[in-house]
Ligand binder design. Structure first.
Ligand code: SF4
Ligand code: SF4
Length: 421
């Protein structure tokens, strides 16, 4: 008898699609670091199949460990010649595990996730962090915290008093077409500069920008941690919001969020009242770099020759197959200064909260990423995802490096601003 219940069971067709060829193994960070078959995509699919066929208990430690140790980076999906959608298997397996957690563990998980859909609470927390950092207390505490606590403390983003909702107008006029932007949950309060740059770049290109302040968290954090029903609720709220603010495209500057929003159609495919609405929504979602690379840039992008490189965020390169668009823009920007990064699409170890829950593994991946960035000779690195930005900025600061990590849209906005004088 299957160890999974029928609601959101890992899809059989994906399990059966694995031909055990092993092509995904060299691209899997946890396999590369451990060399263990069970920590590879093929090994994890075998474990999911074993639970599905009743040969392994769902609460067996090896199954629980491997579902937790996987970064969800989707490097295996890009490598798979059989087209196995490993992400669907992982999210469904995590959903099944979550439902079997003890009540207190589920309560804690629910409490943490619910914060992301409370913009006012996030804003309050960010303002408290801003005061803590401004007062100098943060620097003092950082010196006395022991071991890993000190490292987690160093990972905190540099907070600002106002969030995106305070500084970005709900509508900015323009005649070239209507573009909606995702403000996000963490992006809203901790990546204001990146959100402002996104709106400025779109406005400069002549678009009407809609940034409805009532938009919810997209549900990516929920889906990736295996809360599929909750992710569906968030998806429906997001779709309904943009139905009230009709736009031609919905532009996203966070790779993880964009990846899920492009898959709302899959997430809601079994709900007749929502399937078509979700498909219409997903078809209009574009990563900001994908969008800018698709249109004719008017004004054109100025060139500021500079040593610049680019890190592929997993949910952009593997989750959305977007690799060329950011390179095209950054090559245009940096000219002969652009340098390709070694192992550019290897995960940096961020993966949501993976860098906290699996600090040692994440640190090994981060060190590998930082070595490659330093070896490239670049002074700036383009990083198009909030989790990767936090992780790489933390790593560069830990090394005392002069290299700066920025979202590509910030680099583009700066270049245009400089050209305009
Ligand atoms: S998602 Fe990443 S870490 Fe997980 S099995 Fe695939 S390649 Fe390995
Ligand atoms: S590459 Fe695809 S088919 Fe081959 S072992 Fe990995 S998941 Fe299975």
């Amino acid at each position: 008898m299957s160890g999974f219940d029928e609601h959101d069971a890992p899809p059989q067709e994906q399990m059966n699609g694995c031909i055990r060829c092993g092509m995904c193994l060299p691209t899997c960070p946890t396999y590369v670091l451990t060399g263990k078959e069970r920590s590879s995509p093929r090994g994890r699919i075998s474990l999911i199949r074993a639970v599905s066929e009743g040969d392994m208990a769902i609460d067996s430690p090896v199954f629980q460990e491997e579902m937790s140790d996987c970064l969800g980076c989707l490097g295996c999906v890009t490598a798979c010649p059989a087209g196995v959608q490993y992400g669907e298997l992982l999210e469904a397996a995590r959903d099944q595990l979550w439902r079997r957690w003890p009540w207190w563990k589920r309560a804690v998980g629910t409490l943490v996730l619910s914060v992301f859909d409370r913009p006012r609470l996030l804003q309050l927390g960010t303002r408290a962090l801003f005061l803590y950092q401004k007062s100098g207390l943060s620097a003092l505490v950082g010196r006395v915290l022991p071991g890993k606590l000190r490292e987690f403390h160093r990972m905190l983003p540099l907070a600002s008093w106002n969030g995106s909702r305070q500084v970005i107008p709900a509508r900015t006029p323009g005649g070239r077409g209507r573009v909606g932007v995702l403000l996000g949950c963490v992006m809203d309060v901790a990546f204001v500069k990146e959100n402002v740059a996104t709106v400025k770049v779109l406005r400069r290109q002549g678009f009407q920008v809609e940034a409805p302040p009532e938009q919810p968290c997209c549900g990516a954090l929920h889906a990736h941690s295996g809360r599929l029903d909750w992710a569906r609720v968030q998806a429906k709220r997001m779709i309904a919001t943009f139905e009230k603010h009709p736009v031609d495209w919905i532009v996203v500057n966070s790779a993880g969020c964009g990846s899920l929003m492009k898959h709302y159609d899959h997430l809601l495919k079994d709900e007749p009242a929502w399937a078509d609405r979700a498909a219409a929504f997903s078809s209009r979602v574009r990563d900001v770099q994908e969008f800018l690379a698709e249109i004719e840039l008017k004004p054109a992008l100025p060139q500021v020759v500079q040593p610049l490189t680019y890190h592929d965020a997993c949910h952009l390169a593997h989750g959305q197959a977007i690799r060329q668009a950011p390179r095209q823009l950054l090559r245009q920007l940096a000219g002969s200064g652009y340098r390709e990064l070694a192992e550019a699409d290897l995960c940096c170890g961020s993966a949501g909260t993976y860098n906290i829950a699996h600090f040692d593994t994440a640190s090994q991946l981060l060190d590998r990423k930082l070595d490659a960035i330093e070896a490239s000779g670049a002074l700036r690195v383009g990083v198009a995802n909030p989790g990767c930005l936090l992780q790489i900025r933390y790593g560069l600061a830990r090394r005392g490096s002069q290299i700066v990590a920025e979202h590509p849209v910030v680099l583009l906005d700066e270049a245009w601003e400089k050209a305009e004088g």
